[in-house]
Design a protein around this ligand. Sequence first.
Ligand SMILES: Cc1cc2nc3c(=O)[nH]c(=O)nc-3n(C[C@H](O)[C@H](O)[C@H](O)COP(=O)(O)OP(=O)(O)OC[C@H]3O[C@@H](n4cnc5c(N)ncnc54)[C@H](O)[C@@H]3O)c2cc1C
Length: 394
Amino acid sequence: MRIGIVGAGILGLAVARQMARAGAEVTVLEKEPRIAAHQTGHNSGVVHAGIYYQPGSLKATLCREGAAMLREYCAEHGLPYDEAGKLVVASTRAELSGLRRIAERARENGVPGIAELDAIGLREVEPRAVGVAAVHSPHTAITDFPAVARRLAADVTEAGGFVRLSRPVRAIRQTTDGVAVAAGPERLTFDRLISCAGLGTDGVADLARAGGDVRIVPFRGEYYRLAGPARGLVRGLIYPVPDPRYPFLGVHLTRRIDGEVLVGPNAVPALALEGYSWRSASLRDLRRIVAWPGARRMAAEHWRTGLREVYGSLAKRAFVAAARRYVPELAPADLVRAGGGVRAQAVARDGRLLDDFVIDVRGRIVLVRNAPSPAATSSLAIARHIALTVPLTF
Ligand SMILES: Cc1cc2nc3c(=O)[nH]c(=O)nc-3n(C[C@H](O)[C@H](O)[C@H](O)COP(=O)(O)OP(=O)(O)OC[C@H]3O[C@@H](n4cnc5c(N)ncnc54)[C@H](O)[C@@H]3O)c2cc1C
């Protein structure tokens, strides 16, 4: 069985490792000259415990399994993994019912060690944070996802597979006995092709003539970091109570494995699939995004929230105010801009943001069509899920 995999992010590499270990001849094709160049290398580094997700969804199941697998993998390979713990903080009494729902859902999802804390209890965990109550998830962890991706790539090559960089996939043809792929200067034939292309998902789907009812809409997440001694104000991870309509919104504070503390990310529309700043825009990408009815419907429905996020992106004041709600000692000078990442978020034709992971099988081609957060946490479990559920032989 020859398996081609598009994308050397954490997901493509986890899938490649899974398949190589099962005896397949695996080739990963990556358009960039390095691995983890996009989402895998531009995220918060949080190993989520699986608190929020709809019970029974792929996200709920694969996040919990993936976190456990990742913990073991990091221990086995000497990779950084620190159970820094996460507090979800209600800063007003009005948020208490939302907080209670979070605790219930975490228990439904079997998240270990969940504790409900009052204002005093939360300060025992995060002495400089304030709030009326909190939910504590002590096993939420932080890691270095690019380092994990590099180790997965090493596993693939050690198992006899190939990770080919600077190989943009630019043609795909499915025949009765294989999938012919042009990647950079190479022509290759596989029995199966698995796409884990993140922001490039629609490009690969178009090459494979696998249209569908979802399209990727890029949302940039921008960060600040805490400068100098202000880093000492945060021990682990501090999150707001999420708005169920926009679960990925809400500035939070996240300790990173290298000791930095990130503030963010927000979520603003990116002006290109790989639009890492307001200056990086692509007319071609924008045309494709605007042409998708789902993107227009989403914009029509959520423009107020969108504008609020854009304001937060342009005005540091708004970011500082959001962070000070949880750690009031923070001053504007403590926050320094720190880049960001672009989320590959699938949006349905009716304007719905797809919540769950989506895996689409078209003959010999498997397309991962939606793998937003917590897909880095879940990567090893998603890889196992694909190997177990997708028919890999004919
Ligand atoms: C701001 C932000 C914060 C996040 N925080 C977290 C977090 O704390 N915890 C967590 O679990 N998840 C988090 N996520 C989500 C997580 O980063 C992603 O779910 C995960 O990295 C997806 O991995 P991937 O391999 O699918 O995608 P990617 O890492 O984006 O990899 C896709 C690869 O495909 C390549 N590619 C695309 N098109 C082609 C082509 N035609 N030919 C060849 N190669 C191609 C790209 O170059 C890229 O390297 C966050 C994401 C963002 C953006």
